[in-house]
Each structure stands twice: as structure tokens, then as C-alpha cells.
Design a protein. Structure first.
Length: 107
């Protein structure tokens, strides 16, 4: 699962694909370390933080949360990124797991 409970929210593993034809969460990707990341495509170019901001906008819209509750923790210049979603961890995890189930049922 790409979501992990943290002290004050949830950590989210993402593999970003900037310069894509459309903005979309494309599913899950198995990582070399045995973990799982969300595969996210964005049209924004990987320059000046534009793609990172586009990922935040997309995830906030998908999850129905304020953009300010999401922040990039690591991977600013890399495709592999970690984001932090602030809030009550158990409630957020339940919300994200429900969203993920809907995404995988539609595929």
C-alpha cells in the first residue's frame, strides 16, 4: 500500500511522470524495496517545481482535500517522491483506502 501512518498524518509514496498527455492517477507501481507507490502522470514539465505542484493539485482534487494539507517531503528532483498529508491519521487512512478500492474496482 502506498500509504503509511505517520505521527500527524499519512505518508504517501508516489512515482511521478511529468510531461504526460494528461493529469491522472494511473494506478499502483511495485517498488524495488518491496513497497508500493501511486503512479501519477501530470502534464507539467519537471522544472522549477511545476510537476511537484501539479501532483499536489491532482491528489488534492482526487481526494477532496485542501492542497495546503499536502506537502512534498522528499524527492523534489526525482520521480520517486514522498508526500505528507496532515490530519488525523486513522481517518485519513480510511478515506485513502476507500478511494484506492474505488480506483482498483474501476480498472
Amino acid at each position: 500500500m502506498p500509504f503509511r501512518i505517520a505521527a500527524d498524518g499519512i505518508r504517501i509514496r508516489v512515482v511521478a511522470h511529468p510531461g504526460a498527455r494528461h493529469d491522472a492517477v494511473e494506478g499502483l507501481r511495485a517498488e524495488a524495496d518491496g513497497g508500493v507507490a501511486l503512479r501519477v502522470a501530470v502534464r507539467a514539465a519537471p522544472e522549477g517545481g511545476k510537476a511537484n505542484e501539479a501532483v499536489i493539485r491532482l491528489l488534492a482534487r482526487e481526494w477532496g482535500i485542501p492542497r495546503r494539507s499536502l506537502r512534498l517531503v522528499s524527492g523534489a528532483g526525482d520521480r520517486r517522491k514522498s508526500f505528507h498529508l496532515s490530519g488525523e491519521p486513522k481517518a485519513l487512512l480510511a478515506h485513502l483506502q476507500s478511494w484506492l478500492r474505488q480506483q482498483t474496482d474501476e480498472s
